[in-house]
Every structure is written in structure tokens, then in C-alpha cells.
Design a protein around this ligand. Structure first.
Ligand code: TYM
Length: 343
């Protein structure tokens, strides 16, 4: 069966949104709304897998929604909502908890990183997290999921869960008169020069919300001055920029800054090197700072304006939840019958 092409992605409202979230995800969501049916979620239920102060969670949820809109997502076109308002996410996640194997969850590198040596003492939700993520995607039978490189393993697991559900329930799916490929085998969209933005302090570590150093990341709420300063202070090596892509290998900081420039300018890294190859950081960093300020500062202003208007943001999320809920309920109705729940 062919599925309607449908794009789904989500971002956790935990901590500050940063340039990695923007270039690896949000910026790439924008053009898709013109070519696909698109659903962009603020995954508040994922966020509470680690403790969130309730007031912080509310603020961060509105901030992610504001970032989507400030970046150019039109909430009339795309569906923008927060996960907890569509209860079917939790319902399908439970069914998937019974499909997925515990061993699959223990193998997730993000679980290992987050749990560290403390794996007996983290929340059960943190372990089951990928099962909820699979539910987010498959509730809408999404065919494509744009994400950064760090989500690749979770998307592979989503495909495994879809395949195992289709297989375990094959007879029941057929008995309901439904197509054998009930859930699609979703395709990850991980492409472009910015699938893995690294820390500005250490080119071997991913830019992340949880890095204790504020200098390691550009927050989407940073003002022009902060953006420019962080770029000018970013760690680099002493060599000028190389002329070719091969020249970036073994130079993680240079590779990262060239990738950021390319993504902000909608160009390839090779094109950026064609312009800046042979030039020193004294030329490249100010050019990058100007470009980043020009693109990010107006977005930060718009985000601040939107976040202050909670009535409007909350109404957008509620409207999105209604539209998402209608699709979700169709899928869940089928799932309940397939599984054998009496209604
Ligand atoms: P989250 O909230 O950690 O990150 C949101 C998005 O930003 C991308 N990203 C990056 N991209 C490039 N460089 C970086 N340094 C960087 N850091 C983060 C992430 O890859 C992601 O695309 N589990 C997901 C949220 C989620 C989800 C979903 C995503 C829940 N359900 C369903 C897609 C579909 C997460 O924690 O992303």
C-alpha cells in the first residue's frame, strides 16, 4: 500500500533551544510544509523522562512552539501542537511497550549516555522513551521524519517496532480488512551540512542543551551581541581554512564552523570553502558572526514577542491538538481492533 506522504517531527521542551536544534531540525521543517502534509510536535511527555519544574515545562513548551513559528512555520498550514494534549500518544506508546523488547531499549546509545552508571536509578520513562517516540511518528503513519544525526538510532527502532507490529498482528490486520503494511516503515530525513552541530568550545562534542557551559552553544534567544561574541570566541585551530573538503578532516572545529556557515547561507560546505579557502579566522569568524546575527537575532526577537503572548500561543497549540487528535483517533481505533480490545 502506498501511504500519503506525511512528515512528523518533534522537539523536547527541556532547557534552552540552541543552534543545533535550529539547523539540524527546525530550519529544515520550514520548506517541507510547502510540499508535504506536516506535523510538528512539542514533545512535553518526553521532557518529563527527566525531572522538569512544572513552571519551566510550561515556559519551555511555549518557547519551542514560538521557535517553530518564528522560524517560518505557518500553524495554519502545518499542525503545531504539544504532545500531552493528544492522549493517543500515551495509548499507542503502551501498546508499543508490549511490542518492543527491553534489550532494544538498553542498546540505545542515548539511554546509555543519559543514564550513565546510574541506570538502575533513572526513570522507567527514560528507558521506554523510544517507544513513545515510535508512537508519536506511527500514530500519524508518518512516512518521513526530519531530525539531526543523534536521532538516527531511535528512528531505526521505530522501523523495527512498525515491522514487528505488522508481523505479530498480521492475521488480525488481515481479518480487519486492512492492508498488510499497517504501519509504514518510516524514512529518516538526515541531510545537509548541519546534521550534527558541535560545541563551540570543543569540536568533538555535540552542541547540547545539557552542556554546563553557556559559551558552548548559541541559544535561539541570544541577542545579537551574545551571538557575535560566542562565534568570535569559538575554539579553532591556528591554520587558515582549507581549499577543499578533504582539508577539513581531522579539524573538527573548522569543520563545524564551516558547516554552520553553509547551513545558514543555504550553501554546501564546498561552496563556502571555495569562497573562504586560504583565508584566516580573522576573516571567516566576523563573516560568520554577521551572517548568524542577521539570521538569528530577528528570530529571537520574534520568539520573545510570541512567548509573551501566551493566549495566542496556547490557542495555536489547542487548534493543532484538535487537528492532530482527529488523525490520531483514526489510527488508534484501528489499533484497538487489531489488538483485540473490546469497544
Ligand atoms: P531533541 O529535543 O533532543 O532535539 C530536537 C531536534 O534537534 C536535533 N539536534 C541537533 N541537530 C544537529 N546538531 C545538534 N547538535 C543537535 N542537537 C539536537 C535533534 O536531532 C532533533 O531533531 N527524541 C527527540 C524528540 C522526539 C522526536 C519524536 C523527533 C520525540 N518524538 C518523533 C522526531 C520524531 C529529541 O530528544 O530531540
Amino acid at each position: 500500500m502506498s501511504f500519503t506522504p506525511r512528515v512528523f517531527s518533534g522537539i523536547q521542551p527541556s532547557g534552552d533551544l540552541h543552534l543545533g536544534n535550529y539547523l539540524g531540525a527546525i530550519r529544515r521543517f520550514v520548506p517541507l510544509q510547502h510540499t508535504h502534509e506536516t506535523i510538528y510536535c512539542v514533545v512535553d511527555m518526553h521532557a518529563i523522562t527527566v525531572w522538569q519544574e512544572p513552571e519551566d515545562l510550561r515556559r519551555a513548551t511555549r518557547e519551542v512552539a514560538a521557535a517553530y513559528i518564528a522560524a517560518g512555520i505557518d500553524p495554519k498550514k502545518a499542525i503545531v501542537f504539544n504532545q500531552s494534549q493528544v492522549v493517543q500518544h500515551a495509548e499507542l506508546a503502551w501498546v508499543f511497550n508490549c511490542i518492543a523488547r527491553i534489550g532494544w531499549m538498553y542498546r540505545m546509545t542515548q539511554f546509555k549516555d543519559k543514564a550513565g552508571k546510574n541506570s538502575e536509578n533513572v526513570s522507567l520513562g527514560l528507558l521506554a522513551y523510544p517507544s513513545l517516540m515510535a508512537a508519536d511518528i506511527l500514530l500519524y503513519k508518518a512516512t518521513q521524519v526530519p531530525v539531526g544525526d543523534d536521532q538516527k538510532q531511535h528512528l531505526e527502532l521505530t522501523r523495527d517496532i512498525a515491522a514487528k507490529f505488522n508481523n505479530d498482528y498480521a492475521a488480525s490486520i488481515a481479518a480487519q480488512g486492512l492492508d498488510a503494511e499497517f504501519f509504514p516503515i518510516t524514512e529518516p530525513l538526515i541531510a545537509g551540512p548541519a546534521t550534527r552541530i558541535m560545541s563551540l568550545r570543543d569540536g568533538t562534542r555535540k552542541m547540547s542543551k545539557s552542556d554546563p557551559s553557556d559559551q558552548s552553544r548559541i541559544s535561539l534567544l541570544d541577542d545579537a551581541d551574545a551571538i557575535a561574541k560566542k562565534i568570535k570566541r569559538a575554539t579553532t585551530d591556528p591554520e587558515p581554512l582549507p581549499e577543499t573538503l578533504e582539508g577539513l578532516s581531522g579539524r573538527p572545529e573548522a569543520d563545524n564552523l564551516v558547516g554552520i556557515y553553509a547551513a545558514l547561507a543555504d550553501r554546501s560546505k564546498a561552496e563556502v570553502l571555495a569562497e573562504f579557502g586560504g583565508k584566516g579566522w580573522g576573516v571567516f569568524k566576523p563573516a560568520l558572526a554577521d551572517l548568524a546575527v542577521q539570521q538569528l537575532a530577528p528570530m529571537a526577537d520574534e520568539m520573545r514577542r510570541l512567548v509573551a503572548d501566551t493566549t495566542t500561543i496556547d490557542a495555536i497549540l489547542r487548534d493543532g491538538a484538535e487537528r492532530a487528535g482527529a488523525i490520531a483517533e483514526r489510527t488508534m481505533n484501528q489499533v484497538r481492533s487489531i489488538v483485540g480490545f473490546i469497544r
